[in-house]
Write a protein that binds this ligand. Sequence first.
Ligand code: ATP
Ligand code: PRP
Length: 212
Amino acid sequence: MITLALAKGRIYEETLPLLQAAGIGPAGDADPRSLIVPTARADLRLILVRAADVPTYVQYGAADLGIAGRDLLAEHGGQGLYQPLDLGIARCRMVVAVPDAFDYAGAVKQGARLRVATKYIRTAREHFAAKGMHVDLIRLYGSMELAPLVGLADAIVDLVDTGNTLRANGLRAVEDILPVASRLIVNPASMKLKRETIAPLIEAFRQAAHGS
Ligand code: ATP
Ligand code: PRP
């Protein structure tokens, strides 16, 4: 049995056409509440987990493969994961954003110590350390855009796609940190032991994602 870990929501929806194209779409009669979903292939099942947990399931071999955003892979660290393929889905950018009226360039120039709210603590720490900036990081789990509006933080590190969420909250992006898309990830032991099944699957995803 091959197990593929996916997150519900955006990743699941954007992956569905790729699964169908690769011949491993979910079986139609699955119970919608079940977290283990059979597919069109008897030897392959899907498991549905939180987006941030996908790399962990694959790292420990509880799933052979997974699909995870580059944002969450950066945050996880990527240890124990083989990343053979960028799927080009769920594209966005990780950025630093501040209120429209905040002089970010001035604050950086003066060496001000900023408070930054984010759920991407590790990636944010590395970004600001590389710039030689001292920041106090505040861990949040969502709705980061709110933090500067209520005085919790000077800036946020979050994902941006259309920019609508930033605009609606009077914020603007001031720095790019990482271009993000979702990647196929594979447990290295599974890759060795189940290569005969997994290698063609990677190829099927490659063709579905890039049409070649
Ligand atoms: P959870 O719902 O478990 O809290 P989440 O909010 O991170 O997780 P999603 O919003 O579905 O889950 O995001 C999953 C992934 O999709 C992210 O890790 C990122 O790679 C990508 N993503 C997030 N927001 C966007 C967006 N606005 N546009 C495109 N891709 C996005
Ligand atoms: C993501 C992200 C931003 C928003 C950006 O949130 O955290 O808030 O999308 O997209 P935009 O630039 O197109 O507005 P999401 O909609 O996934 O909600 P969440 O915070 O609950 O994950």
